[in-house]
Design a protein around this ligand. Structure first.
Ligand code: NAD
Length: 436
């Protein structure tokens, strides 16, 4: 613990997939951290040392880090924003903008900014780390913060720094990922870099405006969306040609300037599917059509329907009499997060076509009606298996169990969206393998 971090008090607003590990990262470096959230159940669980996140600080599970930081009194969670505003001078905002069929939900950013404004003091630092529509720090967050009567850049410091972590690697990436920072003025930029350097040892990259960092963030995510759409399209081609997409990618990537990503059941989570929706409103306002980006998003949105068709074409019985085991429902491998998971989209399509689905994922705490508590319950009487996410604790190769429990009607099949299986082994075990 350095002397510079010992007396630093930080309040983190939003204790989700970003906010909790960020709060603990500051606490681990000796800061006194108050985490603020509006979810009473979450606050209660955190204060009792409970979290479903799967992060690790080096080899220490986040559950242990949380317990240690609570015991050291360097972290506590609260619903009381006023208390955090009174105790601290540094505020980091990690709340999100959910995107639903009804559009963007700005209410979290709005209410959080208003809560901060209600107790903002001269000399305080506010760093926004949420992913925003470019322009929002200046035109949305700043005016709300200034309802405090204080002026950004004059009375309090205001900075925007995009958050680049991937779930599952949060502690490591807070420390080792180069991070972009911008301020309303030079003093805000410097103040933000000072606070961030307590956790971030990698380069802190200053940028000339909020808009540069906000835009870079959404473009980073969209570039992954586009690259994934491209390999999903390549996969449709290689399947039609009768060759293995994963082998094609492996050999193509020996090219020094080519880095193809891998196809899968779709693109999920909070970040990548939403990214286009964070750029599009500003692009519409500016009259920029974003043709390629919209097409890529549509391609990725259509993948779950394709994957579901790989199941239906292998059913030995009509859909209304069929059962399928879905293994893994997280939005990506080794995650507990099923927000906007393509696995759920695939399952929804199968259910809508009348198929009974039993899904097993020991890492995802949600309780969907189709979720079961064991591999046995998932595969019992199933006609086929679909693998939608890799997860520790799922016996993907337990062919003995599958043979014992699965339906004896027709040839049992495995739809593999994760390149988990060896065709010869699967066929030798008596299963048909359907890959991407
Ligand atoms: N999840 C990721 O891997 C990731 C990576 C990079 C960036 N981001 C961005 O970081 C932000 C947070 O993402 P997340 O995945 O942690 O979201 P999350 O939904 O897991 O967490 C957000 C938390 O904010 C809380 N909240 C809502 N309104 C609040 C308020 N007024 N005051 C205090 N708390 C409030 C919610 O209860 C929730 O616990 C988003 O902008 C997201 O796009 C996320």
């Amino acid at each position: 613990m350095s002397n510079s971090s010992k007396n630093v008090k930080v309040a983190i607003f939003g204790l989700g997939f970003v906010g909790l590990p960020l709060a603990l990262s500051y606490a681990l470096r000796g800061c006194e951290v108050i985490g603020v959230d509006v979810d009473p159940h979450l606050v209660d669980q955190l204060n009792n040392g409970i979290t479903h996140h799967l992060e690790k600080y080096h080899d220490i599970p986040i559950q242990q880090v949380l317990k240690d930081m609570l015991a050291a009194k360097r972290f506590s969670a609260t619903l009381d924003a006023g208390h955090a505003l009174k105790e601290c001078n540094n505020f980091i905002l990690t709340i999100g903008i959910p995107v639903t069929d009804k559009g963007h939900d700005f209410s979290h950013v709005e209410s959080c900014s208003r809560a901060v404004a209600s107790g903002l003091k001269p000399g305080d630092l506010v760093i926004v780390r949420s992913t925003l529509i470019p322009g929002m720090t200046r035109n949305f967050v700043k005016p709300i913060l200034e309802e405090s009567g204080l002026k950004a850049g004059e009375d309090f410091y205001l900075a925007y720094s995009s958050e680049r972590i991937a779930e599952g690697k949060a502690f490591d990436e807070f420390e080792n990922m180069p991070t972009l920072v911008s301020g309303i003025n030079e003093a805000s930029l410097q103040k933000a870099m000072e606070l961030m350097s307590i956790v971030t040892k990698a380069e802190l990259v200053p940028a000339s405006s909020f808009e540069v960092v906000e835009s870079a963030k959404v473009m980073e995510n969209i570039s992954r969306d586009v690259n994934i759409a491209m390999v999903n399209e390549f996969a449709r081609f290689t399947k039609a040609l009768g060759i293995d997409i994963f082998e094609v990618i492996k050999v193509a990537n020996t090219h020094k300037r080519v880095k193809l990503l891998i196809p899968g059941p779709g693109v999920g989570g909070y970040c990548i599917p939403n990214a286009l929706h964070y750029l599009a409103p500003k692009a519409d306002e500016l009259g920029v059509p974003l043709k390629l980006l919209r097409t890529a998003r549509k391609i990725n949105e259509e993948v779950p329907a394709f994957v579901a068709s790989l199941v239906t074409k292998n059913l030995p019985v009509p859909p209304s009499k069929a059962k399928v085991a879905a293994l893994g429902i997280a939005m990506k491998d080794y995650s507990s997060d099923d927000r906007q998971s393509p696995a759920l989209d695939v399952i929804k399509i199968l259910l809508n076509s009348g198929i009974k689905v039993a899904a097993f994922d020991p890492a995802v705490p949600s309780k969907h009606a189709f979720q079961v508590d064991s591999l046995e319950a998932a595969v019992k009487d199933a006609h086929g298996i679909i693998v939608l996410a890799k997860q520790n604790g799922i016996g993907y190769n337990n062919f003995k169990l599958f043979n014992e429990l699965m339906s004896k009607v027709g040839t049992p099949f495995i739809v593999d969206t994760k390149n988990l299986y060896n065709r010869d082994e699967v066929e030798a075990a008596g299963f048909k393998l359907e890959s991407l």
